[in-house]
Design a protein around this ligand. Sequence first.
Ligand SMILES: Nc1ncnc2c1ncn2[C@@H]1O[C@H](COP(=O)(O)OP(=O)(O)OP(=O)(O)O)[C@@H](O)[C@H]1O
Ligand code: SF4
Ligand SMILES: [Mg+2]
Length: 340
Amino acid sequence: MSVLEVDDIVVEFDTDAGRITAVDGVSLHLATGETLGLVGESGCGKSTLARAIMQLVPMQRGSVRLEGTDLGSLSRRELRRMRHRIQMVFQDPRGSLDPRMNVSTLIGEPLKVHSIGDRTSRAKAVAEAMELVGLPAAVADRLPSELSGGQQQRVGIARSIVTDPAVLVCDEPVSALDVSIQAQIINVLDELRDELDLAMLFIAHDLSVVRHLSDRVAVMYLGQIVETGTASEVFGEPRHPYTHGLISSVPRADAESAARLQTARRLVLGELPSLLDPPSGCRYRTRCPYATAECAEAEPAPEPVGPADGLHTVRCHHWRTIVSAAPEPQESAPSQELAI
Ligand SMILES: Nc1ncnc2c1ncn2[C@@H]1O[C@H](COP(=O)(O)OP(=O)(O)OP(=O)(O)O)[C@@H](O)[C@H]1O
Ligand code: SF4
Ligand SMILES: [Mg+2]
């Protein structure tokens, strides 16, 4: 059974230049012990989706069900009571930690906020959370400024698991960290998922990390999920031209040096359209090498690929015909600097 069910979320923002739809009809689900990786270029709506799931931004449409409860139907008070079951790990550990609190106070704070347990049981839960994320007891009295970046993020993760959540939403939890520390933090999250049976939504730039960590993957483009499936389906048999583009731009595993990864982010897919004036029909058509007149006229709906088990879906009119003609990696094509 799904512990998290997200149905048809729409989030709009009023900006100085006009109204934008940052998340446009996104649905997803997560089972206990499962990791869903969410990838897509900067500005495609990943963080907004995460914040909408967390009920931190208002939704114009759609619903979020956590363990069967529709979060949108709850009063503020009821929502506060549910919040400990869904927690978030942020990109910048430092920015999310109060610099005046020491490590044990920081980790225990969510228990206090949610009025969980008494002093003794909270101290025990803090010690357990520290152990689970690999923080030595000796750092309990330190301030965030006295910790390394990796330790700060371990504190951020400990804070998010101390309330015994069912779902963990991780928004680029390692992108602010040194490359050398990233793998350690990824491993911490992976182990926690197993040990605590968490359902995890994992947002990341780095496709190799997503591939390593995720059971399923969702690829997002201009507010919509354009392809989703198991990690092996999406990475091994990508059907959407955008997924092809993302994967083709990543260096092969034999050359994962920092410099190569940097190159990978110089994507070759042309300019990202403005959300103020998104393309008609298929939103990817202005960059798609296979676009036809039909693509400008009608918006493709998600279609099941292969057996209609609903796991692998793609939003493209022509996926059946273009799949055998996947574009080659285009490292030499005119490039646009994009932070994916
Ligand atoms: N509070 C806000 N008010 C107005 N516009 C916003 C707000 N938050 C996000 N946006 C806009 O919504 C769009 C999606 O932003 P979002 O931060 O969700 O993208 P993202 O995929 O997380 O990008 P990144 O990879 O850079 O983190 C962007 O155009 C952004 O400028
Ligand atoms: S619907 Fe058309 S424009 Fe969109 S991805 Fe498919 S082929 Fe390309
Ligand atoms: Mg973001």
